[in-house]
Ligand binder design. Sequence first.
Ligand SMILES: [Zn+2]
Length: 798
Amino acid sequence: MMTKPRTQFVSFLLFLTANAFAQQKDYPIQPVAFTKVHVHDNFWAPKMEVNANVTIPYVLAQCKANGRIDNFLRAGKSLEGDKLSEFPFDDTDVYKAIEGASYSIQNKKNPELEGYIDSLITIIGAAQEPDGYLYTFRTVHAKKPHEWIGSKRWEKEEILSHELYNAGHLYEAAVAHHQATGKKTLLNIAIKNADLLVKTFGPGKIEAYPGHQIVEIGLSRMYRVTANKQYLDLAKFFLDVRGPKGDPYNQAHKKVIDQKEAVGHAVRAAYMYTGMADIAALTGDSKYLAAIDDIWGNVVNKKLYITGGIGATGAGEAFGEDYQLPNMSAYADTCAALGNVYWNERMFLLHGDSKYIDVLERTLYNGLLSGVSLSGDKFFYPNPLASMFQHQRSSWIRCACCISNMTRFLPSLPGYVYAQNKDDLYINLFVGSTSKIKLTSTPVEIIQRTNYPWEGAIGMTVNPEKATNFTIRIRIPGWAAQEASPGSLYTFLNKKSSQVSLSINGKLSSFRTENGYAVLTRKWKKGDQLTLTLPMETDKVIANNNVKDDVSRFVLERGPIVYCLEGPDNKDSLVQNIVIDKNAAGIANYDPDLLNGVGTIQIQGKSTKRKLNSDSLLTSDLAVKAIPYYAWANRGPSEMTVWIPYEQSAARPTPAPTIASTSRVSASLKNKRMFSAIKDQYEPGDSKDTNFPYLHWWPAVNTSEYIQYDFDREHTVSESKVYWYDDGPWGGCRVPGSYKLFYKKGNSWLPVKPTTPYEISKDKFNLITFEPVQTTALRMEIQLPLEHSAGVHEWAVK
Ligand SMILES: [Zn+2]
């Protein structure tokens, strides 16, 4: 740990320097602020409108209804009692809603919302303790304090209290609010809080790191606004004090500069890498840069979903092993997608390479946007890439991080369209918009007109105030230039048949590319017309062979959009049984009436069905329709898949007509959506395989439960085999304590007479034979283990 004391003189000098040359060192490239870009396209503008009109008011109302605003009222003593909401990080949902509202009122004036935000800020100010401490879960002084918060301030910060996490979101909100409205009300609250952190943490003071990162990003933002270098130093301290003896779960297993791979909780990780990029930019620290360059390489080569999602596993909401990218059980939570956008934007600002915007764009249009319903009031936490009815967006989630993150991100989108480096203007995203940008030599208005992402033509009008020499750098997306994604994880199955073209004032223009940008240096004058045409074709993308979940499968893409097959668009609402030939041609259409207007892809495929007593499959021709992944799950629970099998071996055929598959399932469970899992004829890889549907009783323990097949008619049966679900040692399910089979005779249930012993083991079918019985129903009674629950992958009967 760093304990070297610093003299008053040095810090005084540093302070002077910081004030005199504020922001001298920062990202070489600067984003063009969201306040300068007015979006008016057909894709993002309506989504931002739904965010402003539905999501923000809805989330603010939920914050009220779920006690989050009362937490502040109680901390400020204007509400009696010590009742608090559920999680010590609940304060952040209010901050994030304020952040989103701030961007939003900048995009479109809304005096009513602005007034409400002002009133919330007053409530937050009253909840702040005199020395600047702001954390309602402690200030309320509940008789029974939350077990995560410890008896003293910061005591449990490295593990559970989230005191610094709350501070980080406060700073993000305060800076956004200040930039959007010019007001200092929330900023002053944040400054008071940050000054307390400066007094409390650092070499020779409390030397602890935040359990959940984000305060680093927040402090860098505060430094930029206030020029107080102590904030920057503290942000760096919080990074340097991490590791090497902590937990990989929160990236404290090594010093941050020694980390080379993305591990642990994906949101914490992405926020940390973002924070490190900020410090690398603000201090010029090359070790930080080297570390995040390596980690970025690890992600794009081994740990990135085709949707741009990160964090493969629900265990610890974490990055998986290299190439571990399961689809149905993909975690890829919305917060992690957002963190991935933040991080990649920073990487671009450091390096000026378009590959980072390629990852950002992939995430933005797919794994991030899927987090919210078209209606704006239903949300995904995990964003899976395959489903068999078990997934659905929720109207509210107790841990609401993903909801409030979605709320704050969408209205900030205009801030990602452009960036500049003095007289170099970067065009990163293709979004119909009007912007006013101050280059070193001249202010310039730039207008984009496009039907992106459905069409590849982007028209731009460049209006410099006076005719001036400067450079426009237009991003040529990797997907438009034969590269599916940076790194070796994804490649195109096909080559593009057409190429990128660019014309200036109607004349086709040759251009040189640098770091993935078309570089156009010339004397620009008012009314200059630029037209970029990107080859918008139906692409097929395959994954690196090491990704076992994607073997013999491809993804349909068109431009930046990842497509999926969903039940409502396909025969019998089934998609898992579909196989599509590698060479089948997809035909793209735009359907204005589907899902608020989306591109679709029609393609010829086959449906597959199992046969009895044979490994070969029954197939029949099928017209298949794909929709954008982000728009799935807006029509109720359904089957869905992103990765489409091109070989029958990878298909999940419709079950053969067995006794089990034609039976009606019942069980001691309310969630009927799990019932069909036990008769779908998918044999899992092992008992903990969550990539296949299964039925479970979690969180029940030590109870007696049942599953039951009512046959389509009377059958003679003498054999049962069951495959248990068991996600030990981390999960809550184990093989059961015991189980017994009963058959129906008249109105009573009689035990079968086994001819082999009841066996209970995991990772295989447990077969039992019994004396033949003629019956219409079979029931399995299952005794759950003493301290665990249990579940069933598959139950077959003969
Ligand atoms: Zn989240």
